[in-house]
Design a protein around this ligand. Structure first.
Ligand SMILES: [Zn+2]
Length: 203
């Protein structure tokens, strides 16, 4: 709320003036790179940056500090990252893709005033289908090992409807890869082609 009333400062570095300063925008505009997670989701995964510095600050800005002005910028970055990967032949044509935001705890998303990952995906201009969610039984994942996280999630990601394929999963932060793995597996089980996952940060 305060962010809406006061003069803006950069969500990446705190500099006064704009929602994102030009140095932080250049930093965020770097192309995505392929990453490998402890839990293998059996799809290629790319990250826009590390969970540190500017990338971490903008994600925390959206998730924890109510920066509603950030998804529009990150959506453009996400869209150009997808175009970059499509131009390299690593993803299908962007227009053919459906972006599926990874499941988030609905209660925490509500508390934050909406799911920022969905807001970023929608700001990319590409087709978005919010079709997966956590079941009610999912416990807190913070502090769990990769295998414990996988057990925590196993069978607990719910597919509400079949999205148009091919699908690209989108998430804010990937750590073990267990959420992406579980989400990909429920889509595979429904015969949905999953082209990969693009995340903002890799922890
Ligand atoms: Zn900045």
């Amino acid at each position: 709320m305060i962010e809406l009333l006061l003069p803006k400062h950069c969500a990446g570095c705190g500099a006064a003036g704009r929602a994102l300063c030009s140095a932080c925008r250049r930093h965020l505009a770097r192309p995505p790179r392929r990453i490998f997670t402890p839990v293998d989701p059996h799809i290629p995964v790319w990250a826009l940056g590390p969970y540190s510095g500017v990338h971490r600050e903008v994600v925390l800005g959206m998730k924890e500090r109510g920066r509603r002005d950030i998804p529009a910028y990150l959506g453009a970055v996400l869209g150009s990252g997808i175009e970059h990967l499509a131009a390299r032949g690593e993803l299908p044509e962007p227009e053919s893709l459906t972006l599926v935001p990874a499941p988030t705890k609905s209660a925490s998303a509500r508390l934050r005033g909406g799911d920022p990952v969905t807001a970023v995906a929608k700001s990319s201009g590409l087709r978005v289908a919010g079709c997966v969610r956590h079941g009610s039984q999912v416990g807190e994942s913070v502090g769990l090992s990769a295998s414990a996280r996988r057990r925590n999630l196993a069978g607990k990601v719910i597919l509400d409807r079949i999205p148009p394929a091919p699908v690209l999963l989108v998430d804010d932060v990937v750590t073990t890869g267990s959420t992406l793995a579980e989400t990909a597996s429920v889509l595979f089980a429904a015969n949905v082609q999953v082209a990969g996952a693009l995340v903002i940060c890799v922890a």
